[in-house]
Design a protein around this ligand. Structure first.
Ligand SMILES: [Zn+2]
Length: 190
């Protein structure tokens, strides 16, 4: 049988963008990372929010964990349950994801306006296209960003628990549901 195989990698591209795309350019991968910024941590929550086949989600989580973008953490022993949390390397992707999202708003946006608002949590000012706060004059790290639906959001489109939780203002990286290791550490140290 004759088959035409589409190359799976960019082996002959001596380029760092090609290296990044080998990891991040597959369908769904950046949306898994987006959901991790939004506070999704558990397999079932990624699953219900992304409408993604189980095997594809499992493969994407494994690849991102293997590449050091996500860290797998046990949050329950019996039965064993893990959550997936962005590492420092993964959190760096905010400076890629946010401008790409804004590009989408500008060129592929909803007629009603932005689908999602991103604001500096401490002052409430909406971030500029580069992810900085115009009022404070500083770049805002994702942990200091509060997000909420914008006027262009189609709030009736989805009714899964993640979509429902994201209708309320929510700080990026904070878990949407349940107690997490990070939240416990914050409460112990704070
Ligand atoms: Zn500010």
């Amino acid at each position: 049988m004759l088959t035409v195989a589409l190359g799976k990698d960019y082996r002959r591209q001596d380029c760092s963008l090609a290296k990044a795309l080998e990891l991040l350019g597959e369908r769904w991968t950046l949306l898994v990372v987006r959901d991790a910024f939004l506070g999704v941590r558990r397999y079932r929550d990624f699953l219900v929010h992304l409408d993604i086949p189980r095997a594809v989600l499992a493969e994407r989580l494994q690849t991102l964990t293997g590449a050091g973008v996500l860290e797998r953490r046990r949050y329950q022993d019996s039965p064993p349950r893990d959550e997936y949390v962005l590492t420092a390397r993964g959190r760096e992707l905010w400076t890629v994801l946010y401008p790409l999202t804004r590009w989408g708003e500008r060129h592929l946006g909803s007629p009603g306006g932005p689908r999602r608002i991103y604001a500096h949590a401490s002052c409430g000012t909406e971030l500029d296209d580069a992810g900085a706060c115009p009022a404070c004059g500083c770049a805002v790290p994702p942990g200091d960003v509060e997000t909420r639906p914008g006027p262009g959001a189609d709030v009736g489109l989805r009714d899964d628990p993640v979509s429902q939780a994201l209708r309320r203002p929510h700080r990026l990286l904070e878990p949407l549901f349940g107690q997490s290791i990070a939240a416990e550490n914050v409460s112990l140290s704070g």
